[in-house]
Design a protein around this ligand. Structure first.
Ligand code: FRU
Length: 494
């Protein structure tokens, strides 16, 4: 890292030390989700497992919980439960990334980890920042120890390597390998107004050439962020976070969404992107990334948040010095052409004091709990309410997550802070698992056939849970906190 970088890392460290005590005292601080030490977090980046160690990097703006110039923060863990914060390995210290070390991925090898990211430059002036005024490059950094990274002096790809038909919005490299060849997808916005992905190939991870575009037959949004081409269960899939879809009653209910296409045919040759299934139907989910761990599992982590929600809902933790978090790691499995996403089994190890509650209609739970409900066969009704403000309902045809709102002109009142209702078409529901953290719920239907993620902000200790419907069996566990070592930032571990 150069001198400019080291100065910035030092300034970030001081900011973290100053603000961390306040963030640590926040009752809405999460117990089993990764969040920023201080400030703002968005996309998960560089997910990988190398030499047994899991690495989670993330888009990080430490100086302001409302955002700002992005650098990469870094957590590592041997077991996905005990984490260590490793600081900010990539900061804005090169001319080609001076306005943001944007999203990207990792590639782990025996001799270390390579990171691939977007270097963002924004010129000051009267620009539209679509066709003029910005630059994006694909840059790389390498590490032998998985902690300290050295950037390549020159970017791997610059604007001149992108097709003429693209605007200046090209970013978010993600790498996969097939038959000993590396492939990189980049998300893009075409001048025609359509979102698409660019596919590059390489033999050595250094020299890349354009192979083709991956796009839908008819435009599907104006921009695809964070593309991710991956294989699981013998099939290939392209996950993207499209912007510009028309919002509907059951689909694309949020300002932006994220989901996957099935790649029919060979992505290197003749192929078609088929279908589009949203990863998550809740209020807070975007820019997910997958990786294959050393045991062969495909694991996905998403940003439990969204950009540009300001007019619709909010996260009051910003007043306490931090905003946003990541979802729990979700194992992806393929079943009859569908992708299921369900918490990795490590999360179960945080469960304690399991209570069988079958037959109960109301009970008290702590702020962090894991509730499993099995329904009767043919059930067509379930209602679960948490903390007198969040309701999850199923009626045999659809599921609905809704928050009670304050009166007219009440602003972002209520525990959903402006969040209203999100729906999914659901039939034949047999099981529901609600993972509730202090200020986040993740609801998994039928072991991950559908998922709802939402932030929420109940006051006080404990949560009242009410349940009615055709429940066959119900169990609730208290959830322990993960351990996150912040290097003695304030002398203690969290
Ligand atoms: C997605 C995204 C990416 C970009 C990053 C910047 O949320 O907009 O496209 O690289 O965030 O923080």
């Amino acid at each position: 890292m150069n001198e400019k970088g080291m100065d910035l890392v030092e300034a970030i460290r001081r900011e973290e030390e100053a603000r961390f005590p306040m963030v640590k005292e926040d009752p809405w601080r999460l117990r089993f989700h990764l969040m920023p030490p201080v400030g703002w977090l968005n996309d998960p980046n560089g997910l990988c497992q190398a030499d047994g160690i899991y690495h989670v990097f993330f888009q990080y703006a430490p100086f302001d919980p409302e955002g700002g110039t992005k650098v990469w923060g870094h957590y590592e863990s041997a077991d996905l439960l005990n984490w260590r914060y490793c600081g900010t390995p990539l900061v804005t210290d090169e001319p080609f990334d001076r306005d943001g070390v944007y999203s990207g991925c990792a590639w782990a090898q025996e001799d270390g980890i390579s990171l691939f990211y977007t270097g963002n430059v924004k010129h000051r002036g009267d620009y539209d920042y679509i066709l003029s005024g910005r630059e994006a490059v694909v840059a790389a950094a390498r590490s032998r120890d998985g902690i300290r990274f050295e950037k390549n002096p020159r970017p791997l790809l610059t604007q001149k390597d992108f097709p003429e038909s693209y605007t200046l919005h090209v970013r978010d490299p993600k790498i996969c390998r097939r038959d000993q060849v590396y492939y990189m997808v980049l998300g893009g916005r075409k001048k025609s107004g359509a979102g698409a992905a660019l596919l590059y190939e390489s033999q050595d991870l250094e020299r890349w050439s354009l192979k083709r575009e991956l796009e839908t037959e008819t435009p599907f949004g104006y921009m695809w962020e964070c593309p991710d081409l991956f294989e699981t269960g013998g099939g290939w899939f392209l996950s993207v976070s499209p912007q510009g879809l028309v919002r509907g009653k059951y689909e694309s209910q949020n300002v932006y969404t994220a989901g996957w296409f099935s790649v029919k045919g060979d992505f290197r040759g003749n192929c078609r992107l088929e279908g589009f299934t949203e990863w998550d139907k809740g209020f807070d989910f975007y820019a997910p990334q997958t990786f294959r761990d050393e045991s062969g599992r495909t694991i996905l982590i998403g940003w439990a948040g969204l950009p540009d929600i300001r007019d619709e809902y909010e996260n009051p933790t910003a007043q306490r010095g931090w905003q946003h978090a990541l979802t729990v790691p979700r194992q992806i499995s393929e079943k009859d052409g569908e992708l299921l996403s369900f918490p990795v089994r490590e999360i179960d190890l945080l469960r304690k004091d399991g209570r069988e509650l079958t037959g109960r209609t109301q009970f008290a739970a702590p702020e962090a709990f894991d509730l499993e409900i099995d329904l009767e066969e043919g059930a067509d009704f379930l209602s679960v309410s948490i903390a007198e403000g969040l309701t999850f309902r199923y009626n045999g045809r659809e599921t609905e997550l809704s928050f009670q709102r304050g009166g007219e002109n009440a602003g972002f009142s209520g525990i959903g802070r402006g969040r209203g209702t999100r729906r999914a078409l659901t039939s034949g529901l047999r099981s529901v698992r609600i993972l509730a953290d202090t200020s986040m719920v993740e609801i998994f239907l039928d072991r991950g056939r559908q998922v709802f993620t939402a932030r929420y902000y109940p006051e006080g200790e404990g949560r009242t849970v009410r349940v009615s419907g055709s429940v066959r069996r119900m169990t609730c566990w208290d959830m322990d906190a993960m351990r996150v070592d912040y290097g003695g930032m304030d002398g203690t571990e969290i």
